[in-house]
Design a protein around this ligand. Structure first.
Ligand SMILES: Nc1ncnc2c1ncn2[C@@H]1O[C@H](COP(=O)(O)OP(=O)(O)OP(=O)(O)O)[C@@H](O)[C@H]1O
Length: 726
């Protein structure tokens, strides 16, 4: 039986081919297995760099490039390109086995050869410092940098130079050099990049050998590069992969992701952080699958909780889990629900009712605070009182005036003496009394109460609800939600909590220190660095929005984006300003038509992010008038066909091939009424500003291939650093 492997880059490129070409690729490889033993479909090239690179006919215009050893029966599908490009690519490239990881790797041999003499010797004129001056040849060699790449690496003096070489370097060697360039020591690179890959490779090579797969050199090297190459067992598996090219995460985990997700056990809470698109959700999903598989046979259904902040995000998690965990028995062990829904379920269960009156609209909450402030003639705004209640009183679980008098108000910008605190406490009492008298709740209260119920039950001898709890978007949870999670599982047991989150994407104003919640991730915190979603250009531009912002990492330190990079290149984001709203709408419609018509991107793969929903509706109307189907994403309904339009909050957790972020105008981004006035609380004002900036960052990082940012009137002040950076 021949072994067929697919390179993960191929899958991504496959998704971008026209539909009719995609069908032909699938047909060609469906037939491939039957005739491949003789290699008769494969065409040899004369004068290529690597005689094992051959091509295969897809149709009159397209050819595939396949790596196939003479006489062997292992094949690796690398590319499908227009005829001449495929030949050109195959002529220039060469496959080799990395000396450190023993995995297969590819390089543009001709470009590297031509480059050598062209690169000036760094340091010859004394002006530049070599990028890898601090690393010895022995270390570079130990990490898998080979004799062709080593002299080139020695001539690099900037990260930009390294980045420019990326398309022609073998991937693993680029990873190693990048790690060293961003300040990792040789030992760290060994541990994080080489060793993980080596371990994962040995494991999968052993699996392949156990499964009776042929183990010629190429097959073995392919199976050792499991983060880049998927070996398929037959046409059905191949078709399954080709049908869902963007779901490659099910199969390809980078060793750094694999190591976190499939570690047999963590001796306490563990977490994974990383910038947008680095695969935190993917890791949490794989971890859930791993924990489900490790449960004993008699484990009950719903033994594992996979939760997140909003209902929409939970729906996305459920959809993804369905793809990853195909065995219904395993799937039943994992409950996916958003945390507020879990809280209200616990409370309803306790009161034996299916009805609970919850204030879901923040405007309602604010209006109540406003009325109370007026009634008590307090010199405090509704926003101030609400924040004081959430960020100080609820956050610390304060229950009496005395506790509040003594409480720390760290993080709040205005000092409050005892008299003022007494006033605030009167307002809080009035607010909670008012809710209690009508048996109405806020979600914060529901979470608090649910945590108390679970703790009470546990004190009475009942087991905790879940054996393992996994949380995605952990940066957004508020203290009441953390308390609920702590009460939902036995803290202190192995694999109690697994957290995935990115502090740079905190958009709901909840700033929490894990330690203050009694959760210690010390020694079990991991960071992902490679963005698999967006192009380098989109990542770099979006990260520039946050330049200079200090973002806390929830564990006593700062989170940073400096070592964060994308796995591939594309076009630069387009910025587009207009004097009027009508002008912006016209340009937006034109841009979306270019994507859907000229680039043949399906309308459903285009997302539009706006700061407030009415502008989204205006955009939908303009698109529909222009004959482009569009749908405004609601909170629950299944979206109809067409371009997806949603608020920046709503688009969190989604991704699209093309994204337009519209209405990024002064006064809208940041949204004026989302900011606490600086004179009310300067510190809160800064927090709110950062939240709005993070929201823009979240919206921009939903884009895979293309990003268009537009405004009318004055541009948002947030755009200045990114615009200045190019
Ligand atoms: N190892 C991988 N190989 C290929 N694709 C991957 C890999 N890891 C993640 N992806 C893809 O990258 C994209 C982002 O992954 P994911 O949503 O898990 O990232 P995230 O870190 O949770 O992002 P965000 O913080 O922006 O929500 C997804 O399309 C996912 O399928």
């Amino acid at each position: 039986m021949p072994t067929l492997g697919l390179h993960k880059d191929f899958l991504r490129e496959f998704a971008q081919l026209e539909k009719k070409v995609r069908t032909k690729v699938a047909d060609a490889f469906d037939k491939f297995e039957h005739s491949s033993a003789t290699g008769q479909h494969l065409e040899k090239l004369s004068h290529g760099r690597d005689p094992r690179l051959k091509t295969i006919r897809i149709d009159r215009f397209y050819r595939g490039v396949v790596l196939a050893p003479d006489g062997g029966d292992s094949f690796l599908l690398l590319k499908v390109l227009p005829h001449d490009d495929a030949i050109d690519w195959a002529l220039k490239h060469r496959a080799s086995v990395n000396t450190a990881t023993e995995g297969i790797e590819l390089r543009n041999d001709i470009a590297l050869e031509q480059l050598g003499p062209g690169l000036a010797k760094v340091g010859a004129d004394g002006t530049a410092r070599p990028l890898f001056g601090h690393v010895s040849d022995a270390d570079l060699t130990r990490l898998g940098i080979d004799a062709q790449i080593l002299p080139i690496a020695r001539r690099l003096d900037t990260e930009d130079m390294l980045d420019a070489l990326r398309p022609i370097l073998p991937e693993h060697q680029y990873d190693v050099l990048f790690g060293l360039a961003v300040g990792m020591s040789a030992d760290e690179v060994w541990r994080e990049i080489v060793q993980t890959q080596l371990a994962a490779g040995l494991e999968s090579a052993a699996d392949a050998a156990g499964a009776g797969a042929p183990q010629d050199d190429l097959a073995a090297a392919m199976s050792r590069a499991q983060d880049r190459i998927a070996l398929v067992s037959g046409p059905a598996e191949l078709m399954d992969l080709l049908e869902r090219p963007f779901d490659a995460w099910r199969i390809f985990l980078h060793p750094s992701q694999h190591r976190i997700a499939y570690r047999p056990s963590y001796n306490g809470p563990a977490r994974v952080t990383g910038g947008p698109g680095t695969g935190k959700t993917v890791v949490a999903l794989h971890r859930a699958a791993h924990l489900a598989a490790a449960l004993p046979d008699d484990a009950p259904d719903d033994a594992i909780l996979l939760t997140t902040f909003t209902r929409d995000l939970a729906a996305e998690l459920r959809r993804s889990l369905h793809l990853l965990v195909t065995d219904p028995e395993q799937r039943r062990r994992i409950r996916v629900v958003n945390i507020d829904a879990l809280a209200s379920e616990v409370l309803r269960g306790d009161r034996n009712t299916d009805r609970l009156s919850i204030l879901t609209d923040q405007r309602d909450v604010t209006a109540r605070w406003g009325r109370i402030a007026r009634r008590l003639e307090l010199d405090r705004t509704a926003a101030f009182l609400d924040q004081e209640w959430r960020h100080v009183i609820l956050a610390q679980g304060i229950g009496t005036a005395e506790e509040y008098l003594k409480a720390s108000r760290a993080g709040r910008g205005t000092a409050l003496g005892p008299l003022k605190r007494a006033q605030v406490w009167r307002a809080v009492t009035a607010f909670t009394e008012e809710l209690r008298s009508t048996d109405t709740w806020t979600f914060h209260q529901v979470c608090d109460e649910a945590a108390r119920i679970l703790d009470r039950r546990s004190a009475g001898g009942e087991p905790r609800l879940f054996r393992h709890v996994l949380v995605d978007e952990a940066q957004d949870l508020h203290p009441g939600q953390w308390r609920l999670l702590r009460a939902a599982t036995e803290i202190g047991r192995p694999d109690d909590l697994f957290l995935a989150g990115d502090p740079h994407q905190r958009i709901y104003g909840n700033k929490v220190s894990l330690r203050s919640m009694g959760i210690s991730v010390t020694g079990r915190s991991h960071r992902l660095r490679i963005n698999y979603r967006s192009t380098h250009e989109i990542v770099a531009w979006s990260a520039a929005l946050l330049t200079g912002e200090a973002v806390d990492d929830m564990d006593g330190g700062d989170d940073r984006l400096s070592d964060y990079r994308s796995a591939f290149h594309g076009s630069r984001p387009v910025l587009s300003g207009h004097p009027t709203k009508a002008g912006e709408l016209d340009a937006l419609v034109r841009q979306i038509r270019t994507w859907t018509d000229d680039s043949a991107v399906p309308a459903e793969e285009v997302g539009v992010a706006v700061r407030f929903v009415q502008f989204g509706k205006d955009i939908a109307a303009a698109l529909v008038r222009a004959g482009i189907p569009a749908t405004v994403l609601g909170s629950s309904s299944v979206p109809a066909a067409g371009v997806r339009i949603g608020t920046m909050h709503r688009l969190k957790g989604l991704e699209f091939r093309c994204v337009a972020v519209a209405g990024v105008s002064e006064g809208t981004v940041p949204m004026r009424n989302a900011l606490t006035p600086a004179e009310v609380d300067a510190q809160q004002h800064q927090e709110d500003l950062l939240g709005e900036l993070s929201l823009l960052f979240v919206a921009c990082t939903r884009a895979r291939e293309a990003l268009h940012v537009s405004w009318h009137g004055e541009a948002s002040p947030f755009l200045a650093p990114a615009a200045a950076g190019g």
